[in-house]
Design a protein around this ligand. Structure first.
Ligand SMILES: *Cc1c(COP(=O)(O)O)cnc(C)c1O
Length: 418
């Protein structure tokens, strides 16, 4: 066979060797292209087309692509020691743990490092069992905590769970936003309640005011741990450093990941109150990872935390988020037959469409206009907007103009159908 286009060859290889179904989805949304390079809020494909990245790797790219301070920190560490020998103490890893403890909401002074959000959640679940000696977990409908076995067990989406069963036993699922339902679900076997302060993959669902405070109060009263999954909400995304800060809540365990590596390296951190990890005194190797918190990733995270604090990215998320919401609400008024709701906090925003098919067409039309977005894994009616927190007004105007065009095209496409 003669290959006319090297790009198609690579896409075909992706389809054959990595994921045929995903290749189909990418084709549908017109994103069957090969990425080339990226900087700040922009990505280029190998054909030279430029995209405004309003998905930001699901909230990972808070600092944008290739933030110079993070890249420089990684380059410095690369020239010194990218990997830890583990039988000596790593400086960047240890400094990162101490810095996270300083920034944590409450006395979460111990840190376990992994390489992904799911690994961070696995650690949180195990730590809760170690400490309480109990097996059970309570999770919420629409919650997303990752796809490894433990994390998947508390991610109640039938399509992901069914082919993987049996999963962890003893997981109860309650409606999100309903503190009373959690109170009723807690029993003598419950180790912990795990919750996202704002559901991400579930479709940017913001719980009622006071929900987290109420969860904190009742878990404390019943001797159950509260695990805040801030993998997506954390590090400024919602307009505060941690989303639990909105209600002044101090969880027992907090999981951070996505944005922690500054958009350059993968890393997760599971923060816990020190008494939860007393098990390390007797069993120092009870839970460990070869790569977790390696010096290269830790250097990236230290630089990322510095940028987030110094450049006031949480405040920026609030300011730019308000600007984006204003434009989205105007579009909702212009396209009420498509946009059911605009919601979220800071720069963690969702557009709920009246129908999942409409959302899919809008995502495709946006891609054609050079704007990257996606729908929620657990809720395809909702298109997520999670641009880098360094986004500027001009980028927001550019995205809103593209969205207006995409909605107009969708209106034409659906004319006579609705
Ligand atoms: C993305 C995500 C995870 C899983 O993180 P991975 O790095 O994809 O394993 C867990 N919890 C939440 C809230 C997430 O958004």
């Amino acid at each position: 066979m003669v290959n006319f286009s090297p790009t198609m060859t690579l896409f075909e290889q992706f389809e054959r060797h990595i994921n045929p179904g995903l290749a189909g989805l990418l084709r549908f949304t017109g994103l069957d292209r090969v990425e080339s390079h990226a900087e700040g809020v922009y990505v280029w494909d190998t054909e030279g087309k430029r995209y405004l990245d309003f998905l930001g790797l699901y909230g990972t790219l808070s600092l944008g692509h290739r933030h110079p301070k993070v890249v420089a920190a990684v380059e410095r560490q690369l020239g010194r020691m990218p990997m830890s020998v583990r039988v000596l103490v790593s400086e960047p890893t240890t400094r990162l743990a101490a810095r996270l403890a300083e920034l944590a909401p409450g006395p979460l002074s111990m840190v376990y490092f992994g390489n992904s959000g799911a690994e961070g959640v696995e650690a949180a679940l195990k730590f809760a069992r170690f400490y309480t000696g109990k097996p059970g977990f309570i999770t919420t409908e629409g919650g997303y905590h990752g796809k490894t076995f433990g994390a998947l067990s508390v991610t109640p989406r039938e399509a992901y769970q069914a082919p993987a069963r049996p999963l962890l036993p003893g997981v109860k699922v309650v409606p999100f936003g309903d503190a009373q339902a959690v109170a009723q679900a807690i029993d003598s076997d419950t180790a912990a309640v795990i919750v996202e302060p704002i559901q991400g993959e579930g479709g940017i669902r913001v719980p009622p005011e006071g929900y987290l405070r109420e969860l904190r109060r009742m878990t404390q009263e019943r001797g159950v741990l509260l695990i805040a999954d801030e993998v997506q909400t954390g590090l400024g995304r919602t307009g505060k450093l941690w989303a639990v800060d909105w209600e002044g809540v101090e969880p027992d365990i907090l999981v951070s990941a996505k944005a922690l590596g500054g958009g350059v390296m993968p890393i997760s951190a599971t923060l816990a109150r020190p008494e939860i990890l007393t098990i390390y005194k007797d069993q120092p190797l009870i839970h460990s990872s070869t790569f977790g918190g390696n010096p290269l990733a830790a250097a990236a995270a230290l630089a990322a935390l510095e940028v987030i604090v110094e450049e006031g990215l949480p405040e920026r998320a609030l300011e730019m988020g308000a600007c984006l919401v204003q434009g989205l609400l105007e579009l909702q008024r212009a396209f009420p037959e498509f946009i059911q709701e605009v919601r979220g906090r800071g720069l963690m925003l969702g557009l709920e469409f009246t129908d999942a098919d409409i959302g899919a067409v809008v995502v495709a039309e946006l891609a054609a206009r050079g704007v990257i977005t996606a729908f929620g894994l657990n809720n395809p009616k909702v298109v997520r907007l999670e641009p880098p927190l360094i986004v500027e007004r001009v980028h927001i105007e550019e995205a809103l103009a593209a969205l207006a065009g995409a909605l107009e095209a969708t209106r034409v496409a659906f004319e006579g159908v609705l």
